[in-house]
Design a protein around this ligand. Structure first.
Ligand code: SAM
Length: 777
């Protein structure tokens, strides 16, 4: 990419940099014309689309080698490593309908099922047996393993039938004797009990069907374009919006950990794409929906050749769910056009591959107009091309041309000519920049840095200050969801159930009021200039929300220093913050010049009165002077000591993640937190973060009382920066409750009650899906 960029003539770069949206057709054509005569461009596209050198190529020999390594680990009793090798082998194994290949895949699934059985992962074991049988329905070892797993699960009815089928298929007399033995033992076990014919829930639905019953309206909003307002009063915690994405993609860093379709964490029994080695899925349903599957058209008659009774045939077809997925006309498999044995989808940036998915989905629609000129209308989303930096404009031009050439590999007959479509792709990329939403998941990380989603972290004695982290796992375009504007003090909360975007009101929203989400920056989290910068860098707009145009206490104290007088609560600000706040105040007063601003307008909290004796006097603020008593502090000295302390806490992350926290480290932590408190305003967010780190450090060495103390100090600050029912407080209280439970402190009950109340407000009936570990509290 950098090479191609450097080859573009300066004059053309300038034309692209200066051009408007109306010039796009011409700037794209000029660049296209230039690339068409450039050997380096053809070389690059050739490499991206050559199946011979593709990084994602299936390789039978590699699969066989990995299988042997898996077998070796299995014989050594190292079942977890064996699972890893078998999974890698499944990823490499070609799955065309060649009988030999089908056999290796079936064997790999049976072997992995045996590991799961040894590891007591019985549901995973059953799923792998089914996968083996789907490939090879007469695989007697798969029926045998299935019978054993069903017996262990006390599904005796199924276990008996599994062994009976196995008996029919087994040729050797010794094998038959072993099966008869198993059958006999199960019949003994289930004597007197009803043999259950329980079917396995293949794709247990993880969504609760909570209806959306709120009327929303799309209206034009001054300085924000279109936006959403409530058509009626909305009660707190109401689900106001739920939507599946138009297109979505997993982020590169999550390729090995999260399902490429639903974005949930991958289970141990992952299944790969059947045509290439990149995507991994959590279930057949996701694999099929994404298009990463080659469907075998197996019919029952082809399998058993009439060897079994109708009853058995029926049992087999339910057990192995033959042909359970059939395509419907509205089903669009988003990975299929990428899955043609070439590696451009794995190599190009995520935004670009997402643009490809949007274009192909559009072209897949029966009534689409092939010249793609209606694509913009179809998506009906705003874009920010006019505000893009010149570097991004050039990159969008180059990537659009690369993408259209890559897509032509395998899709040429359906695609419009590059001359017609590159300018459209530039616009899609600009729409993605403004409208795409990061799909996130909550993750629990214990103090040792291990991801521990399933752990019962509240067991007494297990000293864990679990950190609930929000991780970005995907990127998606939601056609309706894109019309929600941003606010730094939002009245809703957005979260995800699989790929679906859910938006819930976190407060009462009166009819006619704007309904806004946060794009990632909020009051309490960052100060106003940092929020504005974030929104400018990521979405190219200047935030006009109520949190940015009004004054608020968190914006002033979040990065402030403390007054030299020990009993004064005033704030001392740096030059940049003072200038910024003065500017904001001036524009605020320009709108309503005669208004007397009260200190409590800055925050609902009474503390505001102590910070500002006379709020109107903010205009006389000078950097380095206290807002309350006017005392001067030596900012240079304060800032250098604060940096020293912050470096210390930064360095503490290493021993924390490797579980090497010593008593020296802890006493150093106490010394440096003292430095922070000496110089920073008591409500500065950096103190809260340092207190949190200290709590983790004490917890990691089992000093839970100290951990509890520092955790509380961190929460005290956050409660002033956010309102006390904010989700951030919920996450912190979860840690507090975890420590309180570990030391069996009775106040844990109250913390859990508060966490539950906050999470219900933000997630309603979906709370236990988003926070599965809440069940353990
Ligand atoms: C995802 S779109 C939201 C819908 C958009 N207003 C429209 O007309 O389609 C994001 C764009 O809306 C505008 N926007 C959203 N929130 C805003 C805010 N708080 N202040 C100013 N503009 C905002 C910006 O132009 C931003 O790039």
């Amino acid at each position: 990419m950098e090479k191609l960029k450097s080859l573009v003539p300066k004059a053309l770069k300038e034309t692209i940099a200066k051009g408007s949206v109306d010039d796009l057709h011409s700037t794209c054509s000029s660049l296209l014309h230039f690339f068409q005569h450039l050997s380096q461009f053809h070389q690059l596209v050739g490499d991206l689309t050559n199946p011979g050198i593709a990084l994602c190529k299936k390789d039978n020999n590699a699969a066989v080698e990995l299988k042997l390594k898996g077998n070796q680990c299995f014989s050594n009793g190292d079942y977890a490593s064996a699972v890893r090798f078998y999974s890698q082998a499944l990823r490499m194994a070609p799955s065309n309908i060649d009988d030999i290949d089908k056999d290796i895949i079936a064997t790999l699934y049976v072997n992995r099922a045996a590991c799961f059985h040894k590891m007591d992962l019985l549901k995973e074991c059953l799923r792998d047996c089914r996968r083996a049988l789907e490939k090879s329905p007469c695989h007697s070892k798969a029926w045998f393993r299935r019978g054993r797993a069903n017996a262990d699960l006390e599904n005796y009815g199924d276990a008996i039938r599994d062994f009976q089928i196995c008996l029919e298929l087994e040729m050797s007399s010794s094998g038959k004797r072993q099966i008869e033995c198993e059958l006999h033992s199960i019949l003994q076990q289930c004597k007197g009990t009803q043999g259950s014919a329980q079917n396995i829930d293949l794709h247990s639905s993880d969504s609760i069907n909570e209806p959306v019953q709120v009327k929303l309206q799309r209206v034009s909003i001054p300085r924000k374009g279109q936006g959403i307002v409530s058509g009626e009063d909305i009660a707190e915690s109401s689900l106001i919006h739920i939507e599946d994405p138009y297109a979505a993609i997993a982020l590169k860093h999550c390729r090995e950990t999260h399902c490429h379709f639903c974005f949930n964490e991958l289970p141990p029994d992952i299944i790969p794409c059947s045509s290439c080695t990149i995507p991994l899925y959590c279930s057949e349903k996701c694999q099929w929906q994404a298009g990463g599957v080659v469907v075998d058209n197996i019919q029952m008659n082809d399998i058993m050749h009439g060897r079994l009774s109708d009853d058995f045939e029926h049992y087999i077809s339910t057990a192995i769910s033959i042909n359970s997925y059939t395509s419907t006309s509205d089903h669009f498999a988003e990975h299929r056009h990428e899955c043609l044995g070439v590696h451009w989808p794995a190599v190009l940036p995520t935004d670009i591959v997402l643009a490809g998915r949007i274009l192909v989905k559009y072209l897949h629609q029966p009534k689409c107009n092939r010249n793609a000129s209606h694509l913009m209308e179809t998506l009906n989303l705003c874009h920010n091309y006019a505000h893009l930096p010149s570097e991004s404009r050039l990159e969008f031009h180059i990537y659009s041309i690369i993408l259209i050439y890559c897509l032509q590999h395998g899709w040429s007959s359906r695609l419009p000519l590059p001359e017609d479509s590159t300018s459209q792709i530039v616009l899609i990329l600009s729409q993605i920049r403004v409208n795409s939403i990061a799909v996130v998941r909550m993750k629990v990380v214990d103090t040792n840095g291990h991801l521990d989603q399933r752990s019962n972290f509240s067991s007494p004695g297990e000293a864990l200050t679990n950190v609930v982290e929000q991780v970005r796992v995907g990127q998606a375009i939601y056609l309706e969801g894109s019309f929600f504007n941003h606010s730094c003090i939002p009245n809703t909360h957005a979260y995800f159930l699989s790929r679906s975007l859910c938006i819930r009101a976190t407060e009462f929203v009166p009819a006619g009021c704007q309904v806004e989400i946060s794009y990632g920056s909020q009051v309490g989290q960052q100060n106003c200039p940092d929020r504005q910068k974030f929104l400018q860098d990521h979405y190219s707009f200047m935030c006009q929300c109520a949190g940015c145009s009004g004054l608020n206490l968190p914006d002033l104290v979040i990065s402030g220093y403390r007054c030299a007088k020990s009993n004064c609560f005033g704030v001392v600000l740096e030059k940049s913050t003072v200038n910024y706040e003065k500017q904001k105040l001036n524009s605020f007063l320009a709108v309503s010049p005669n208004r007397q601003i009260q200190a409590n307008e800055l925050s609902t909290d009474a503390l505001a009165h102590h910070v500002f004796k006379q709020i109107g006097a903010i205009n006389q603020f000078e950097p380095g002077y206290c807002s309350n008593c006017g005392s001067f502090i030596d900012m240079e000295n304060a800032s250098s000591e604060v940096s020293k302390a912050e470096n210390y806490f930064g360095r503490l992350q290493d021993p924390l993640s490797s579980d090497r926290v010593s008593s020296n480290i802890l006493s150093g932590g106490l010394k440096h937190i003292h430095l922070l408190r000496k110089h920073l305003h008591p409500l500065n967010k950096r103190i809260a973060e340092a207190e949190d780190t200290l709590a983790q450090a004490f917890s990691s060495v089992g000093k839970l009382k100290e951990a509890l103390h520092h955790c509380k100090l961190s929460i005290q600050i956050l409660e002033e920066l956010y309102n006390s029912n904010h989700i951030v407080i919920g996450n912190e209280l979860l840690k507090l409750a975890s420590i309180q439970k570990s030391i069996e402190e009775s106040l844990a009950v109250e913390s859990i009650r508060r966490v539950t109340a906050i999470f219900s407000r933000y997630y309603g009936s979906h709370m236990h899906i988003v926070y599965p570990h809440m069940r353990f509290m």
